[in-house]
Design a protein around this ligand. Structure first.
Ligand code: ATP
Ligand code: MG
Length: 355
């Protein structure tokens, strides 16, 4: 018998209640096939929980979640709950408390899916955005002074540490070695001349330890245009918290839908659990209709298994996704007619049907 992994399951809000169970059904199928066990426990955290309890998760949540091998998560947020809260109270706290300093966000065009970039094919769109996930622009340190009075002011501070930059850089160069040996540092050091010039300098130092990996630097404005015009130049994109957030939505868009993007908030050392979630939000506008695209969530399941060391099972999930899209089994966001559960069932059937 294989290993047992303890998995915390957090549906969150909106479509989370549909796509997370879809992802779990795929996880169960590969677990049976590859002979490992998933010891799952559900937690009701999110904006719904906030409406009842005045907080996004219980006081002992971080202590409890810490005992798990991984967190399989949907999304948090409801239109009636102040949208600055979920980031501060759930996602941000889990990401920072568990030192999930890597946000791994792959971008890839699946067979049978049309990219809005009409001249680009599957071979052109296949790269990873590695977003620094613990510091930078999102440290949430700053101040509002004098509120709405004349003379009021507000500021946010970005903080970059050598420690933080070095570890995300090492992760990116090691990842590039497993892919096509290319790292592009996306920055804006020509205008953020203190923080990002420091970021560039530390990354350039780390780059010297990986002479086999091609290293270059590109400004965020040029990188955004290049995502659209020549995505084929990218392999591993190493970037800051804010730029990575924006670029991964753009990545989702060139894949054909935000609903396709999977991700991992990863603590590579496994000192703490990592958290796996789609790149999109809780999409309350389409919740409860069984029409949300579950592929981003299912892809996140594959990223989770890969992190846990179940690489064959992870590959099988990816093959199942590709077989599903190739057949034209697509949800509404991709101009198809399949439901959330039909797409998930198609991936499960692929897993059950192959040896
Ligand atoms: P967040 O702040 O949590 O990132 P958001 O405000 O960026 O959330 P999303 O919830 O990501 O918004 O939704 C943006 C748009 O994408 C919505 O129109 C939504 O319906 C659509 N969308 C997001 N996820 C999916 C999905 N899985 N399937 C289909 N459409 C989706
Ligand atoms: Mg968003």
């Amino acid at each position: 018998m294989g290993k047992t992994y303890k998995i915390a399951v957090v549906n969150g809000d909106g479509i989370g209640a549909e796509i997370v169970p879809a992802g779990v059904s795929v996880l169960d199928a590969v677990a049976t096939k590859y002979g490992f066990k998933l010891d799952k426990q559900e937690f009701p955290f999110g904006a719904g929980y906030f409406k009842e309890h005045g907080k996004f998760m219980s006081d002992d949540a971080l202590e409890t979640l810490k005992k798990f091998d991984a967190i399989f998560f949907g999304a948090v947020g409801l239109p009636e709950v102040d949208d600055t809260l979920p980031a501060r109270d759930y996602t941000f706290r889990v990401r920072t408390s568990f030192e999930q300093y890597v946000n791994y966000r792959p971008v890839k065009l699946f067979p049978g899916v049309e990219s809005p970039l009409r001249y680009k094919t599957e071979k052109d769109i296949d790269f990873v955005v590695v977003r620094e996930n613990n510091e930078g622009e999102f440290v949430q340190s700053g101040k509002i002074m004098h509120g709405d009075k004349p003379g009021g002011m507000a500021m946010d501070t970005s903080i970059f540490t050598r420690f933080g930059i070095e570890r995300i850089a090492h992760y990116s160069f090691k990842l590039a070695r497993k892919r096509n040996s290319k790292v592009t540092n996306v920055t804006k050091s020509n205008t953020l001349i203190n923080s990002l010039a420091y970021w560039d300098r530390v990354i350039a130092e780390v780059a010297e330890e990986y002479p086999d990996v091609e290293y270059s630097k590109m400004y965020i404005d040029n990188a955004s245009a290049s995502f659209v015009l020549r995505p084929e130049i990218f392999d591993v994109i190493l970037t800051t918290n804010l730029f990575g957030d924006i670029l991964s939505d753009l990545g989702g868009a060139i894949m054909g839908s935000l609903g396709l993007g999977g991700s991992g908030n990863i603590n590579p050392e496994k000192d703490f659990p990592s958290m796996f979630e789609p790149i999109h939000g809780s999409a309350p506008d389409i919740a409860g209709q069984n029409i949300a695209n579950p592929i981003g969530q299912i892809w996140s399941a594959a990223i989770m298994l890969d992190h846990l060391g179940e690489t064959e099972a992870a590959k099988e999930i990816m093959a199942g996704i590709e077989a599903t899209t190739a057949k034209g089994n697509l949800t509404k966001d991709l101009r198809g007619t399949a439901s959330t559960s039909e797409v998930a069932e198609s991936v499960v059937q692929f897993i059950n049907a192959t040896k």
